[in-house]
Design a protein around this ligand. Structure first.
Ligand SMILES: Cc1cc2nc3c(=O)[nH]c(=O)nc-3n(C[C@H](O)[C@H](O)[C@H](O)COP(=O)(O)OP(=O)(O)OC[C@H]3O[C@@H](n4cnc5c(N)ncnc54)[C@H](O)[C@@H]3O)c2cc1C
Length: 507
């Protein structure tokens, strides 16, 4: 991972920038004198590392936290926070262009002040960085070390020339962007999530490689800022993990935004000519070349296992899958645990947080908390958003679980109609002949907010019968969930029950 050197950041040296860096990597920082032996050493100060360090220190453990770059990791610095900040502004521009739909008037000349968009983002990042700050950690009693951690034995590691011994350690080193091996790409130069938020000028023409969450979210945002955007995806649909109809709705939304969608297409080579990047594409049946000013890759993430000298610690790992952990998040070295993107398939901030809590309980208190017991929702923050929790139908079938699905299109929901946000649906899968919720997919403007109700239902064992009794405030888009529950209830009216009811009512 290209490490940032805060004093030479290329970003505008404004107040936001100064506050951010002062919080996440203060200039002139001096590492403390290490304690003789720590109860817990945490390597990596992203979400997982920070949650673990704070939780362990609050419980009275002597904790050291090591970070080679910026406290807050991907989420704060180059992930969730900056992406969601610019996505919000991009929605504003989309709505301005669409003002007629709401009885308003689109300004004749909508000019996107891209530097101002990025300045707002930096302000938000600076503000949120207070929570992840070095001051908060030291106040909580955590010894913070900046530098690259490298194990020297099963219970020791070095950082910046200092030797740290530990009873327990947590590896929370996260992941970094995978670089696709495309001839000419490196020479031509490309953006990833690690430098795209440093842009101060909007690329006029942008090619996004990869139709996963990162590629989809940023392609839509940059298109809405006015960049001529092409998105290339080697699969037949975006977000290959999601249900087909959800992914299909996203393709349609992209087309409405004016994104040039190239599915079933591969980038085969890149070259620079006349100051522009020429990108050769191969689709099923034809080859083409597009000229762009910038290329953004979002083709997956690889775990950070390099440079840790895991062999010295006896920790098994795989360069693609990361640190090998069991269901208790323990590695092959019983003193050392893993959490977050460094070891998990589901690479989300909330999973990093939840896994860190499990690792701390198991490491410090002989706990037996299992990763597999978690119910993990997720959301892709495109417009509409696509959120999911639990099983997909194909997964239920693989496990021989019979499934019945209840689907409510958002165009049947009053609030979605009033808001002009009718694209999407709520789809809830239950085990056939029961009301037990197996999983759900929501495509809606606020799907990320709505999925939490279904996650709660799954965790608490609340079935659709109960959800049908929950009064939902009218008019809200979450009423779609109640409508799906009502649809389930109607299936309970079997012909026998209906005839009994008829007889009762006649009597
Ligand atoms: C553009 C983008 C948008 C995203 N949006 C969302 C979202 O909306 N919602 C969501 O849930 N997730 C989102 N994610 C994913 C989320 O950012 C990650 O899942 C989360 O940051 C993982 O946290 P972590 O603590 O495991 O790792 P990280 O945040 O990667 O932190 C690991 C830290 O370890 C440090 N480190 C690595 N090796 C060493 C070493 N040897 N010594 C010392 N330090 C080391 C790194 O510098 C880093 O700071 C997004 C990701 C990206 C890239």
């Amino acid at each position: 991972m290209p490490q940032r050197n805060p004093p030479t950041s290329t970003l505008p040296q404004d107040a936001h920038e100064r506050e951010w860096l002062e919080n996440v990597h203060p200039s002139g920082w001096r590492n403390p004198q290490p304690a003789e032996r720590y109860s817990l050493v945490v390597v990596g100060a992203g979400t997982a590392g920070l949650v673990a360090a704070h939780a362990a220190a609050a419980l009275g453990a002597q904790v050291a936290l090591i970070e080679r770059d910026l406290l807050g990791g991907d989420c704060l610095n180059v992930g969730c926070v900056p992406s969601k900040a610019i996505i919000r502004t991009s929605r504003l521009y989309a709505e301005m262009r669409n003002a007629e739909q709401y009885g308003g008037q689109s300004p004749a000349d909508i000019r996107v002040e891209f530097p101002a968009v990025m300045q707002r983002m930096r302000g938000i990042r600076a503000r949120i960085s207070r929570v992840d700050s070095v001051r908060r950690l030291t106040t909580a009693g955590v010894d913070v070390f900046f530098g690259q951690a490298s194990f020297t034995g099963p219970d020791a590691l070095t950082v910046d020339g200092a030797s740290l011994r530990f009873k327990k350690a947590l590896i929370a080193t996260g992941a970094r962007p995978d670089t696709p091996s495309i001839p000419g790409l490196v020479e031509a130069g490309y953006l990833t999530n690690e430098n795209v938020f440093d842009l101060t000028e909007l690329p006029r023409r942008l090619l996004v490689i990869g139709g996963g969450p990162l590629g989809c979210e940023l392609a839509q945002a940059f298109c809405r800022f006015g960049a001529q955007t092409i998105i290339v995806q080697s699969w037949p649909l975006f977000l290959p993990k999601e249900e087909r109809d959800a992914a299909q709705l996203l393709s349609e939304a992209f087309a409405r935004d004016g994104i040039e969608v190239r599915l079933n297409t591969k980038v085969v080579s890149v070259r620079v000519e006349g100051g522009q990047k020429l990108v050769d594409l191969v689709s099923d049946d034809y080859q083409s070349t597009v000229a762009v000013d910038a290329i953004l890759t979002g083709t997956g993430r690889v775990p950070n296992v390099d440079g840790l000298n895991l062999e010295a610690a006896g920790v098994d790992y795989d360069n693609t899958l990361g640190i090998r952990v069991d269901d208790f998040l323990q590695t092959s070295n019983r003193r050392i645990y893993g959490a977050g993107d460094a070891c998990l398939e589901d690479k989300f901030t909330h999973t990093a947080d939840a896994s860190a809590r499990i690792a701390i309980q198991n490491a410090l208190f002989l706990g037996r908390q299992r990763l597999s017991a978690l119910t993990i929702p997720w959301c892709t923050y495109t417009d509409p958003e696509i959120a999911h929790v639990g099983l997909y139908v194909r997964q239920a079938r693989e496990r021989d679980i019979p499934v019945k699905t209840f689907t409510i299109p958002m165009h049947d929901v009053d609030r979605a109609i009033a808001d002009g946000e009718e694209a999407g649906f709520v789809k809830i899968h239950v085990k056939e002949r029961t009301d037990r919720i197996l999983g759900a997919t929501i495509v809606a403007r606020h799907a990320g907010e709505m999925i939490n109700e279904l996650t709660l239902a799954i965790v608490a064992g609340i079935g659709l019968r109960t959800l049908a009794r929950v009064i939902h405030a009218y008019p809200t888009q979450a009423e779609a969930i109640k409508k799906a529950a009502d649809a389930y209830n109607r299936t309970r009216l079997t012909p026998t029950i209906q005839s009994l009811l008829r007889r009762w009512l006649k009597w």
